[in-house]
Write a protein of this length. Structure first.
Lengths: 243, 194
């Protein structure tokens, strides 16, 4: 199908009213057409409003459904496993030289000592530190320093593997108000693109970089983030070529 | 639950879910499961089947939290879209299709379908209902038949006795019209006007 023919199907697609074979064709086209993706997003928004019972008496999902969901989550792999699920929880398969193991252990101890919170937080941050440490232990990792140009001097470090998997560590950033979050941006082919919100305590936030990105920036945005930056950059740093 | 989640944005909830925080998933469930359940039950006319959809949608959010992109819309929109897709898949499965055809045959015997009344039953925000109701019939009816009845556009074309191409373009133009009218009326839509 041509671009125009696909475009004509986007409304139907957003309402889930395409046959499976046509849906596949549209999916294939969407992967390479930002214009159609944008139009589809707009149609989907309307579709969601149609389905959204904002109003006086929204239906209440029964509690036992939540119980079933919670029970099925416990069938997941143990939470502490660093062999995580794809993407945000990226699979780590690393062969680590012995000397690096020793260095890594010292690093883990250091990271843990630096972050003593309540028990629950410790479990979460331990899980994360295992991932961060795995990246640091991989000899192929690169380090990118983000800094502010002037006073006050804010900093953050990004460690990243050649496959683009990375984490933000050691941030020294201003305290944010409760309605703000840090957001990460990259310059990619001359355009500023969002790499997602980092929360107000971005230590260990997972990051996915691509080869086209040349500059990383962090600023503060309203909670939930924004599609384009609305406030000045706090810290920035150039990415090495051929990452 | 930790206090930081109670007023967390959807994006931060998704981020916490990606960090295996079950309390974040519970908070997302508290906020949005009612709407998801309402839509699924509306489409499937079957409480157990609707509960199944709710379960699938939230387990998927847990397993693939990064499928939700905060830049493309709210978490609720995302979850409702997921629920709609799943409910429609179920509707199109053979058994469900037969049951639906029987039900629709009964309804026809009692004076034909009246999607407009049914749409009124589901509590859509007044503004959205008004804008949908204000569309020309030629655009409104195919949108209702597709979205609220789960028909494919080909089925819609048969039901309305219109060419398939006409149904496709009327659904698209109707959605565009709704988008621009809701934007004008001040509803905070994120997407650009296509």
């Amino acid at each position: 199908m041509t671009h125009d023919e696909i475009e004509e199907m986007l409304g139907v697609y957003a309402l889930d009213a395409l046959d499976a074979d046509e849906r596949q064709e549209v999916d294939d086209h969407l992967a390479s057409c930002p214009r159609c993706r944008a139009e589809l997003a707009s149609h989907r928004e309307i579709a969601a409003l149609l389905g959204n019972p904002i109003g006086d008496a929204p239906a209440v999902a029964p509690d036992d459904v939540w119980d079933r969901i919670a029970a099925s989550l416990q069938d997941e792999p143990p939470a502490l496993s660093p062999v995580a699920r794809p993407s945000l929880r990226r699979r780590l398969a690393l062969i680590v030289p012995l000397g690096a193991v020793a260095a890594g252990l010292i690093l883990i101890v250091g990271l843990l000592a630096a972050k003593v919170g309540n028990l629950d937080q410790q479990v979460n941050s331990l899980r994360h530190q295992v991932s961060v440490t795995s990246v640091l232990l991989n000899p192929a990792h690169r380090t990118v320093e983000l800094t502010s140009g002037a006073h006050p001097v804010w900093r953050a470090t990004v460690v990243v593997l050649p496959n683009g998997e990375g984490y933000l560590i050691n941030p020294s950033m201003p305290a944010l108000g409760s309605s703000q979050t840090f957001q990460l941006w990259a310059l990619s082919r001359g355009k500023v693109v969002s790499l997602g919100v980092l929360g107000s305590h971005p230590t260990g936030a997972p990051i996915r970089l691509e080869a086209t990105m040349t500059l990383l920036m962090i600023n503060a945005e309203p909670l939930g983030g924004t599609p384009t930056p609305t406030t000045p950059v706090l810290v920035q740093g150039n990415l090495p070529v051929g990452l | 639950m930790q206090p930081d989640l109670l007023d967390a944005s959807d994006a931060n909830l998704a981020f916490a879910i990606a960090r295996y925080r079950e309390d974040a998933l519970a908070e997302a469930y508290r906020r949005h499961a009612g709407a998801v359940f309402g839509l699924a039950r509306r489409l499937l006319h079957d409480r157990a089947a609707a509960e199944e959809v709710v379960q699938e949608v939230f387990v998927r959010l847990w397993n693939a939290p990064d499928r939700f992109d905060p830049e493309r819309g709210t978490l609720r929109s995302y979850l409702l879209a997921q629920a709609h897709g799943r409910a429609v898949d179920q509707l199109r499965s053979e058994v469900a299709r037969r049951r639906r055809e029987e039900r629709e045959a009964r309804e026809t015997a009692h004076g034909g379908y009246d999607v407009e009344r049914e749409v009124g039953d589901i509590i859509v925000a007044d503004q959205v209902r008004e804008v949908l109701g204000g569309l020309p019939d030629s655009e409104r009816r195919p949108i209702e038949l597709a979205y609220f009845r789960g028909h494919t556009y080909r089925e819609v074309a048969t039901i309305l006795g219109e060419p398939e191409g006409t149904v496709k373009s009327r659904i698209r133009s109707g959605l565009k019209r709704m988008h621009s009218q809701l934007t004008v009326s001040g509803l905070g839509l994120k997407g650009e006007q296509p």
